[in-house]
Design a protein around this ligand. Structure first.
Ligand SMILES: [Zn+2]
Ligand SMILES: [Zn+2]
Length: 493
């Protein structure tokens, strides 16, 4: 129990609380100046900690999280659980989830149990889980989940929907479904989260079923719901169903946005209906953004349509995009269509525009550590073992019929991985480490920032057949569950 504040300081603290409640920033700043002048701040004496804490809240409420942080740093150390929690909330509520996440980690590292940080509410916790999901930090996310259970915050549908997307993005879709089914309370957010999980993991029938279930439960689909459904159709190549959902949007009074058009272009493009996709783009009531042209370009590469690719790339660059991916797609499309001079020109245009190729990265999170790999690297401390286990498994794979497709090096590889030996693309090194450190019976979960190339996709299929392991690989397109020599994407990605 801190000693009571002197009467004048208590009056000042009350005033600060009132100003904070009224979000009266100019008056609050005046008072802040006065407190500094009168020597009440920075709060070196523990009796004045309360003033500092109120100041933190004032700035948080007035949407000035940097000043909240300043007030937090000026508090006497160690900060109280309440101060930590106000800081985390300040970041979370002011749209800085990553800073909230870092502060949360800081609080845990400082040994403050989350159940003592009383005002860490469901909004803040769900914000932190979302950051873990975006960075696919499964172990940390699961720790936050455990803490949410301790504080009963896991029953909130906000926390629930963040957990569903955490587990789904980390490749543990069964856990995501379990969180969904056990949620004591549902809202539209958690329905959408489970729909996108079903879509991303290729459980298309489940997505269709849940779309009906959610409406029977009394929820009206919104624009996110429809985006989930279009994604589900796209991953399964179901054009007619996709068109049905697209027209259903209007029946629900929802105008398709650019992202819905991008999903439709993706869907049509994946089955080779490129001119139809192009017509759809031309019919858009708004200026087509980068994502729409990018989807068309991807389709052009898949179906070696170099002429349309050239138009799509031109229009994409006109949107002001500096994406290296688009340049590479165009050059790869030319190469695949045998137009090598054009491919070289496209690469030159990329250099001239000063666009750098994106570095291919894969990572694997295990035993509290994130291991990151680039192609052919030997930076990992267990590199020797990784290369040797891949060699050994490689022999078995070849005996089982795997033939390395070295043409992938030339034609169908994204980013800077084009130049490197296909055999040691970053995801293979990550899988190699997985063979060493992920316990038998557990899936090896690898994330990658670029699209997995044809050869690595084929190799990992053989690897699962020869080792009996399960590999879950998320690339920038979708999830691939490799098991017994097959992939859940049905070689469609
Ligand atoms: Zn590869
Ligand atoms: Zn696959």
């Amino acid at each position: 129990m801190p000693p009571p504040l002197p009467t004048c300081a208590r009056a000042l603290a009350d005033l600060l609380v009132a100003l904070s409640a009224a979000r009266a920033l100019p008056k609050g700043q005046q008072l802040h100046g006065h407190l500094l002048k009168a020597g009440h701040l920075p709060a070196t004496a523990s009796s004045h900690t309360l003033l500092g804490h109120h100041l933190l809240t004032l700035y948080s409420r007035c949407a000035l999280p940097a000043l909240s942080h300043r007030a937090f740093l000026d508090l006497p150390t160690p900060p109280s659980p309440a101060a930590w929690s106000s800081l985390i909330s300040s970041f979370a509520q002011n749209g800085l989830p990553v800073a909230a996440f870092d502060a949360f980690r800081g609080m845990i590292a400082a040994g403050v149990p989350v159940e003592e940080a009383v005002s860490v509410n469901d909004f803040t916790i769900s914000c932190i889980i979302r950051v873990c999901a975006a960075a696919t930090l499964f172990e940390l996310g699961a720790q936050v989940h455990a803490r949410a259970i301790k504080t009963s915050l896991d029953s909130s549908p906000f926390v629930g929907s963040s957990l569903v997307s955490l587990y789904s993005k980390c490749g543990l879709v069964e856990c995501a479904y379990q969180v969904f089914y056990e949620a004591p309370e549902r809202n539209l957010g958690i329905w959408n989260a489970v729909l996108i999980a079903s879509a991303q993991h290729g459980h298309t029938d489940a997505a269709f079923r849940r779309f009906i279930e959610m409406q029977n439960d009394g929820y009206r689909p919104n624009h996110i719901t429809f985006l989930c459904m279009l994604t589900a159709c796209s991953h399964a190549g179901l054009v007619d169903e996709g068109k049905r959902y697209f027209s259903l949007m209007k029946e629900h009074g929802i105008e398709p946005k650019a992202e819905h058009y991008a999903a439709m272009v993706d869907l049509l493009g994946r089955v080779g209906r490129i001119s139809e996709a192009f017509d759809l783009i031309e019919s858009m009531p708004m200026e087509p953004p980068e994502s729409v042209w990018g989807a068309l370009l991807m389709a052009c590469r898949m179906f070696k349509d170099a002429d349309t690719a050239a138009i799509a790339a031109k229009r994409l660059f006109e949107t002001g995009s500096r994406s290296s991916g688009a340049h590479m797609l165009l050059s790869n499309t030319y190469a695949a269509a045998g137009r090598h001079a054009d491919a070289a020109l496209a690469r030159k245009a990329m250099r001239d525009a000063g666009v750098r190729k994106e570095t291919g990265l894969s990572w694997l999170e295990a035993a509290g550590e994130v291991h990151t790999f680039v192609s052919n690297c030997r930076r990992h401390k267990r590199s020797e073992e990784i290369y040797s286990v891949l060699e050994k498994v490689g022999e078995k794979m070849e005996a089982a019929g795997y033939v390395a497709d070295t043409s992938a090096v030339l034609k169908d590889v994204d980013g800077d991985e084009k130049q490197t030996t296909v055999r040691y693309h970053s995801e293979r090194l990550a899988v190699g480490l997985g063979l060493l450190i992920v316990p038998e019976g557990m899936p090896i979960r690898v994330m990658k920032n670029l699209r997995v190339c044809d050869d690595c996709h084929n190799a990992i299929k053989y690897l699962t057949k020869c080792t009996g392991r399960v590999v879950i690989l998320r690339d920038n397109r979708r999830f691939h569950h490799f098991k017994d020599g097959a992939c859940s994407c049905g070689d469609f990605w």
